[in-house]
Design a protein around this ligand. Structure first.
Ligand SMILES: [Ca+2]
Ligand SMILES: [Ca+2]
Ligand SMILES: [Ca+2]
Length: 610
């Protein structure tokens, strides 16, 4: 990676200099050819880019008004081997040589595998998970205040090595995919403002200052590649958190944008997003609200990228593909996706699938309304004529219903009631179901929360249709109110069985048992979901695939409940036995098409049909 700079003696005026080339490397035989280069430097006005190799062809060079950015197409002969190739940036005043890197593609049989309902995703906030490399905790350009572990908004030292070190823990838990919060380089300093959340730092990674660099506090590209390789070797996939909607206000582009319409507005003059998100969905919205929701800044320190500027769209699509190509990751979680034009979401999804057919992207459409999330998933053309081709969205409406039910704020029958809105999805099995995430209050800190409730909530997420996603710490019943309290450091002791207290152990063993059950039974992963029974305190459904039927039952009430479940309706014959697979050992025979299930107090159970 990288490039070598050589400056030749200037003639009249100043010779061009180059400080950055993006993307820093590419591939021969890629579906994107030519690749569009963005070169940052000085004295680029009037400069040309010249290739010294006929198998690399330069075209469509343009330079911004200030002479600080040069755009150029680089067409790569598909037969060109990996290696370094010289390019020259030259003007009448001199020239600068760039050594451009062509990478060897990673093995597509072990990388870029995508995410399916066979997976269980585990969200890690890298800074808060595990510190595997204390030497990166205090970069030279950081202050002690920024590195204060006692400050909930400071950097706490977690890093990629910490994740590598705890892969055995994650393997033991049974998760098969890790979603890491953004690993782009973020500013190391302390942000000050008049808001309650200041002073703060960008430990969470959502304020990129370099779309092509790994956060120095987390490690480097070599460590990231090591993580992906080691995870893959253990059967664990990796999901990158990408943020195409905005960058951090410390990004060099903010003072010197490559084009005048690179962002929506400037640091000094921009509109703030009013988050009237319905405007993005409703055929009846007015253009002022619609544009504000797409173009407004998420906050004053998150400059909003203009994906309707074709150079921005090309840049971001290449950037998404570059990370996949250089690391071998399997999926992408796309932050704040609804604040980008749907045509861009479609073009990004198409570009990813064209190069990596199995690659998977889930979009964060943080809405508790299934009509809203369903509008953004791919597989159906919306009223605007666009199919986003987006593989998945988080199911925040079902998550919300489950939190309400298992903290006793709503009757249990709300679960099947919510699931009827699956009619809105082209394929409801494609949604991603979460226990919680880093933006939400942890289950154990909700009013009405109990350990039994948390256990039922986790079991529901792990047994209902869709792809389950857990959040680090939920498996040990961690507490945590709103951000940043929900981002407390993962307790080191809890990585080891003997270090877990009784509550942590109970939740961990339970979560692991349900994950195992899911892995053992294809019907739980991809079977059809069929409602069998529900009332104010109980919900029973089946997951059915081929000849396999699993019956899942929830009894929220604080007493044993006997219910008659009409399993005849799903072709379970009289004389057959339902045997518990998890929880207390019980069995129930089927008589006249019904099974009488005895459900202990406050428990989730799964039954196999024999
Ligand atoms: Ca560290
Ligand atoms: Ca940094
Ligand atoms: Ca936007």
């Amino acid at each position: 990676m990288g490039f070598i700079l050589l400056c030749f003696a200037p003639a009249l005026g100043q010779a061009p200099t180059v400080t950055k080339v993006e993307p820093p490397s590419w591939w021969a035989g890629h579906t994107i050819n030519p690749v569009r280069l963005l070169i940052r430097g000085t004295n680029l006005t009037g400069a040309k880019l010249r290739s010294l190799n006929p198998q690399l062809r330069v075209s469509e060079v343009s330079v911004n008004e200030k002479g600080s950015y040069l755009f150029a197409n680089l067409e790569i002969s598909p037969s060109l081997p990996a290696g370094k190739y010289p390019l020259l940036v030259e003007s009448a005043s001199g020239s600068t040589a760039i050594s451009y890197n062509l990478e060897a593609p990673l093995d597509a049989r072990t990388n870029f595998q995508g995410i399916t309902t066979d997976d269980v995703i585990y969200l890690i906030m890298t800074d808060r998970f595990a510190d595997g490399e204390p030497s990166n905790n205090a970069p030279r350009d950081s202050s002690p205040e920024a590195n204060d572990r006692n400050n909930p908004r400071g950097f706490h030292g977690g890093d990629l090595r910490g994740v590598i070190n705890h892969l055995p823990y994650l393997k033991d838990l049974g998760v098969t995919a890790l979603w890491l919060t953004p690993w782009y380089d973020n500013w190391n300093g302390v942000n000050r403002c008049e808001k309650p959340w200041c002073p703060n730092t960008y430990y969470h990674g959502y304020h990129a200052i370099d779309y092509y660099a790994v956060e120095d506090r987390f490690g480097d590209l070599a460590t990231l590649r090591e993580l992906v390789q080691k995870a893959h070797a253990m059967g664990i996939k990796i999901i990158q958190d990408q943020v195409a909607n905005h960058v951090g206000s410390q990004h060099p582009w903010v003072k010197d944008p490559p084009l005048s319409n690179w962002f929506h507005g400037t640091l000094a003059a921009h509109q703030l997003n009013k988050f009237r998100n319905s405007a993005l969905l409703s055929p009846h919205s007015n253009q002022v609200e619609f544009r504000n929701t797409l173009d407004g800044w998420f906050s004053d320190d998150l400059p909003d990228m203009n994906q309707e500027q074709p150079e921005v769209a090309r840049y971001e699509i290449q950037n998404a593909l570059w990370w996949v190509g250089v690391t071998g990751i399997d999926g992408i979680r796309q932050d704040t996706i609804q604040y980008m034009p749907r045509a861009f979401i479609r073009d990004l999804s198409n570009a990813l699938h064209r190069q990596y057919p199995k690659l998977w992207m889930v979009g964060e459409v943080f809405e508790r309304d299934a009509a809203h999330t369903a509008f953004f998933i791919g597989g159906r053309t919306g009223w605007d004529g666009i199919d986003t081709k987006l593989d998945s969205v988080f199911d925040f409406s079902l998550w919300n219903a489950s939190l309400f039910v298992f903290t006793h704020k709503a009757p249990v029958r709300v679960l099947p009631h919510q699931l009827k809105y699956d009619a809105l999805y082209p394929d409801p099995s494609k949604v991603t179901v979460l226990t919680n995430n880093h933006d939400t209050t942890r289950f154990m800190s909700l009013t009405g929360a109990t350990l039994a409730g948390a256990m039922m909530h986790a079991a529901f997420v792990l047994s209902v249709r869709g792809i389950p996603q857990l959040y680090a710490g939920e498996e040990i019943a961690m507490e945590g109110k709103e951000d940043p309290d929900n981002r407390r450091d993962f307790p080191v002791a809890a990585f080891k069985t003997e270090g877990r207290d009784a509550k942590e152990r109970q939740m961990f063993d339970w979560t692991r048992a349900w994950i195992r059950l899911r892995h053992e039974h294809p019907a739980l992963r991809s079977g059809k979901l069929i409602d069998l029974f529900s009332d104010d305190e109980t919900y029973v459904f089946a997951r059915q695939l081929g000849t396999e039927t699993i019956v899942v039952a929830f009894n929220r009430e604080n007493k044993t409940k006997q219910i008659s479940v009409p399993v005849g309706s799903i072709d379970v014959k009289d004389g057959v036995t339902l045997k518990s697979l998890i929880g207390p050992a019980t069995r129930a025979g089927v008589v006249n098409g019904e099974a009488k299930l005895n459900l202990p107090p406050q428990v989730a159970m799964a039954f196999g049909v024999q």
